[in-house]
Design a protein around this ligand. Structure first.
Ligand code: C2E
Ligand code: MG
Ligand code: MG
Ligand code: MG
Length: 278
């Protein structure tokens, strides 16, 4: 009987696996078609505020995919899918192109946008011609490299740190800025960090969410990361700030900029344009 039940469970499990595989396959096909058609994936922009002045210091571009049947598919789903299926390279290019074209759209409207951050995937970062591609795209779009920040995680560098540091130096030599995303959750190495061509650290949102956690209060971590960054001359962004209480708790640390739903959600290009036009 137990055996029978086990078998049934296994069958259910298989059916679920097949269903998921099917769903992934159809999503993958849809993503491929979307990328070929150059539409359906757009960028939203979440403002990042200077903590002291309250001014918009920069904004992070975040990919959004509108699927006709599934509605909005979140990047937490389609970025890993793209990474598994090799679509991440064309997707990554599409994302950079979209951001540059949005920037030029705003400029044509007479608006000077703040620096814009673009998230990178590991495969993108490790392409042999990545730097050359970025340089060409910026030149073609006539956009000053200092207006672009690339966000990456230290985990992306983990296996080949020396080469990774080299790519970062080249990016930085182009004039682009570099932010270490989700800082504190990955593979940090202090011996590399102090030599790295990074400009800022983004304290991972899990630490912001746990600022007032009764059992695992993250304040010692936030204190340590922000003072480390300050000592290293890096600017610090707190991301995922959702409440007034969190913002208040952050006031005792040397944090330069704040990003989070409490201040603004990611905005459509049009809404972001309206925000920076005022
Ligand atoms: P991330 O780069 O760490 O981006 C921050 C994520 O936190 C975004 O989720 C943003 O919408 C969300 N967020 C911002 N403020 C708050 C807040 O106050 N509370 C909460 N709960 N969340 C907040 P999103 O847009 O769903 O993106 C998730 C992840 O997907 C990103 O994490 C990034 O790793 C990846 N991603 C997004 N866009 C791109 C892209 O264009 N290229 C690549 N390679 N990855 C991307
Ligand atoms: Mg990011
Ligand atoms: Mg992050
Ligand atoms: Mg993240």
């Amino acid at each position: 009987r137990a055996k029978q039940e086990g078998r049934n469970t296994y069958r259910l499990y298989r059916a679920e696996m097949d269903r998921q595989a099917q769903q992934h396959l159809s999503l993958e096909t849809a993503l491929r078609n979307t990328l070929e058609g150059h539409n359906g994936i757009e960028m939203h922009y979440q403002p990042i505020y200077n903590r002291n002045t309250g001014a918009i210091a920069s904004a992070e571009s975040l990919a959004r995919w509108y699927h006709p049947d599934h509605g909005w598919v979140s990047p937490g789903t389609f970025i890993p899918l793209a990474e598994r299926s090799g679509l991440i390279l064309p997707l990554g290019e599409h994302i950079i192109d979209r951001v540059l074209s949005d920037i030029n759209h705003w400029r044509k409207a007479g608006i000077t946008p703040p620096p814009i951050a673009i998230n990178l995937s590991a495969a993108q970062f490790w392409q042999a011609d990545f730097i050359a591609k970025v340089e060409k795209k910026l030149k073609d779009a006539n956009i000053d490299p200092t207006l672009i920040t690339f966000e990456l995680t230290e985990s992306m560098l983990f296996e080949r740190r020396e080469q990774g540091m080299d790519v970062l130096s080249q990016l930085s030599a182009l004039g682009c800025r570099i932010a270490l995303d989700d800082f504190g959750t990955g593979y940090s190495s202090l011996s590399y960090l102090h030599k790295m061509a990074a400009n800022s650290l983004k304290i991972d949102q899990s630490f912001i969410a746990a600022l007032d956690d009764k059992t695992h209060d993250s304040r010692p971590i936030v204190a340590a990361i922000s003072s480390l960054a300050e000592q290293l001359g890096l600017s610090v962004v707190a991301e995922g700030v959702e409440t007034e209480q969190q913002l208040a708790l952050l006031s005792q640390y040397p944090i330069d900029a704040i990003q989070g739903f409490y201040l603004s959600r990611p905005l459509t290009p049009a809404d972001f344009q309206a925000l920076i036009a005022t």
